[in-house]
Write a protein that binds this ligand. Structure first.
Ligand code: CP
Ligand code: NVA
Length: 313
């Protein structure tokens, strides 16, 4: 075991902020390696005999299927646990759930609303806890996104990634992750929908140490100019359904369409964490066009999640 693989064993994966650039590059290299092995049909049962519990209080297609299939491909066993089926749904505490699940499992992946709940679960679990999305962060997504940018562009340092839309969980994780690997990240959002100031400040501090820049603007045209990557996400996230109409008004200009894409570099790639609301934050033409990386990005969730599980568990 080298020093990096030793430093990752047993750790939680709650935020990319908690990992050094070297650790993130180690995970990216491992994800590439596992992807190559899968494509060659080479078995890689790194987690034989191990189990992952997957707790969901929100819906999921990509995260659920990629973790479940990924665990199977690594030789382990995944358990899909909905919040309602667990005693958690009847009031058993997060701390007790963590203590009990730690006696059976080798890792937990959780998708829920409150980031504090995930931190509490991790604090009381003696096994790695992986954040599969909270209202605050979506770090497994950002790792797969960075993998996809490197795959398409052959590098990361100095590239300009512009996120068009809400300063949400995905934007926050792209800011932390981008800052760690030397991507310049610009968030272009309507006034009042900026990323949290605390994240902007921390990401700027991290970026300064890695030679990159973090910017926030309300001007999408300026933000799109010279972009190597144009990224977007839904205008209303899970849990914000009640604000959907208000947000539709506020975000109507914050769309990746062919006109906006023309402002970016000619070889710019387009990304979306999915699920997409086609015709809102992205047009069909762009999403199905030659510059769209969205389905490679979705595929890379599988490889990135396998790297996270293989390294931590
Ligand atoms: N991008 C993403 O996390 O997708 P799911 O909500 O389908 O898991
Ligand atoms: N921001 C979105 C991402 C979904 C993967 C949400 O939280 O609903």
């Amino acid at each position: 075991m080298n020093d990096l693989s030793k430093s990752l064993k047993g750790r939680d994966f709650l935020s990319l902020k908690d990992f050094t650039p070297e650790e993130i590059f180690y995970l990216l290299d491992l994800a590439d390696e596992l992807k190559a092995k899968l494509k060659k049909g080479e078995p890689h049962p790194i987690l034989a005999g191990k189990t992952l519990g997957m707790i969901f209080t929100k819906r999921s297609t990509r995260t659920r299927v990629s973790f479940e299939v990924g665990m199977y491909q690594l030789g382990g066993y995944p358990l899909f646990l909905t919040h309602e089926d667990l005693q958690l749904g009847r009031g058993e505490t997060i701390a007790d759930t963590a203590r009990v699940l730690s006696r059976y499992l080798n890792g937990i992946m959780i998708r829920t609303y409150s980031h504090q709940d995930v931190e509490e679960l991790a604090a009381h679990a003696t096994i790695p806890v992986i954040n599969g999305l909270t209202d605050f962060l979506h770090p497994t997504q950002a790792l797969a996104d960075i993998m996809t940018v490197r795959e398409w562009k052959g590098k990361l340092k100095g590239l300009n990634l512009t996120f068009i839309g809400d300063g949400n969980n995905v934007a926050h994780s792209l800011m932390y992750g981008g800052a760690k690997v030397g991507l310049n990240v610009t968030i272009a959002c309507p006034s009042g929908y900026e990323p949290l100031p605390q994240v902007v400040e921390e990401a700027r501090r991290i970026a300064a140490a890695n030679g990159s820049q973090i910017a926030v603007t309300n001007d999408i045209r300026e933000a799109a100019e010279g972009a190597d990557v144009l990224y977007t996400d839904v205008w209303a996230s899970m849990g914000q359904e009640g604000e959907a109409e208000k947000r539709r008004q506020a975000f109507k200009k914050f769309q990746i369409n062919s006109e906006l894409l023309k402002l970016a570099k000619p070889d710019a790639m387009v990304m979306h964490c999915l699920p997409a609301h086609r015709g809102e934050e992205i047009t069909d033409e762009v999403m199905d066009g030659p510059q769209s990386a969205v389905f490679d990005e979705a595929e890379n969730r599988l490889h990135a999640h396998k790297a996270i599980m293989a390294a931590l568990m």
